[in-house]
Design a protein around this ligand. Structure first.
Ligand code: PRP
Ligand code: URA
Length: 207
């Protein structure tokens, strides 16, 4: 699928299996979500441009490199918080920009309730994190809001998507590349991903 990267990785497959399991506790679920996010963060940052960074080891000067762009990590509240801490640990120089959205359970439409976005933007690249891309409505709305503030370079990292959600997101925002641990079979009539993992926010927050 164009614009969508699903790394084939034995560790992702192993950890995702446990993440999906209904017997997995909330504590273990959070750890697994963090560990899979860590692997996906390695992938989403693979091609970031770098500039020279001149330093000295105890023995000699050397020219190293540092990431050139100012990065913002954008968790979609709530469930995105289960991914943003570890993303921030890997990119400690990044800013965190929150976007609050929930999905209306009847209509499945995203409902916007909060954001904390600087205008004009003080980042060059936004990495949006949310475990689930189901209908795609929440991710599409979050990216639209980021674009409204002037952010042009946006990537999305999720754990599990439906084929329908990926198509909707690619149609709405073809410029936004997507990194995922899995694209599952389908959405059910309630808008849940099958086989999926159930409600990500509830499992992360133990609600
Ligand atoms: C979940 C998930 C996404 C959204 C995906 O959040 O974390 O944000 O649903 O569904 P969509 O692609 O159909 O929009 P939810 O609305 O349950 O809110 P929460 O994170 O506060 O639990
Ligand atoms: N949100 C979730 O948390 N899980 C789904 O399967 C769909 C939307």
């Amino acid at each position: 699928m164009e614009g969508v990267i699903v790394p084939e990785h034995a560790l992702i497959a192993h950890k995702l299996t446990r993440l999906r399991d209904k017997e997995t506790s909330s504590v273990l679920f959070r750890n697994l979500a963090r560990e899979i996010t860590q692997i996906l963060m390695v992938e989403v940052t693979r091609d970031l441009s770098t500039i020279s960074d001149n330093r000295e080891t105890p023995l000699s000067p050397f020219t190293g490199s540092k990431i050139a762009s100012r990065i913002g990590i954008v968790p979609i509240l709530r469930a995105g918080l289960g991914m943003s801490d570890v993303a921030h640990e890997m990119l400690p120089m990044a800013r965190i920009l929150h976007v609050g959205l929930f999905r209306d359970e009847e209509t499945l439409e995203p409902v916007y309730y909060y954001d904390k976005l600087p205008t004009p933007p003080n980042i060059d690249l936004a990495i949006v994190v949310d475990p689930m891309l189901a209908t795609g409505g929440s991710a599409i709305a979050a990216v639209s809001r980021l674009k409204e503030t002037g952010i042009e370079n946006i990537r999305f990292v999720g754990l599990i998507a439906s084929p329908e959600g990926v198509s909707a997101m690619r149609d709405a925002h073809p410029d936004v590349m997507i990194w995922l641990a899995s694209v599952d079979e389908r959405l059910n009539e309630m808008g849940y991903i099958i086989p999926g993992l159930g409600d990500a926010g509830d499992r992360i927050m133990d609600t």
